[in-house]
Ligand binder design. Sequence first.
Ligand code: NI
Ligand code: MN
Length: 228
Amino acid sequence: MKITYYGHSCFSVEIDGIHLLFDPFITGNPAAAHIDITTIQADFILISHGHQDHVLDVESIAKRTNAKLISNYEIISWFAEKGIENGHGMNLGGSYDFEFGKVKYVNAVHSSSMPDGRYGGNPGGFIITPKSRNSSFYYSGDTALTYDMKLIGETEDIDFALLPIGDNFTMGAKDALRCADMIKTHTIIGLHYDTFPPIKIDIAKTRQLFDETGKTLLLPGIGDIEEL
Ligand code: NI
Ligand code: MN
């Protein structure tokens, strides 16, 4: 699978030629100024929760690509009112088989209001199991560390996870490592750091923390691609 990082918590995953885009927040991120969002391919846009730093570019990319939105029911309804009716609403604990594979929408401990202040449903994360693989990857969305992650480790075979490491609004690196233990994975792509002053991190210290535990921390540059 080809993973392209677009900054903050946004990345795309190409699964067998199908493009999944997660939490697009690009035009509001000065560090991603070199990314031209009109060139981003998307067949599906997955939205973890309603906060602006996760939904800002959903409307423009969805209207251009006609990508199907996957999120909680409340967020799908909010975008339908904006004229984006190609949406698939889910709720916590539910799975659904899409053409690229299975999506499970799982619990996140966070909040979720839409940019206009409307209730954005419960925040969530996604476990994606591509049809062409027997294993999965986990995108936690914005969340605290929670014992619910142990359930994921008990029931899923997680190859790698995309987790917040910026602290303040979400888990920091130490808790992301505890999450990695609970979900039984060794490879973490770090997200949700450095974009805003309260989530600036010391990259060298963070890398050292991961090195000490023998886990791999990937921090792709914005626009960079990882093959996993
Ligand atoms: Ni948030
Ligand atoms: Mn956020």
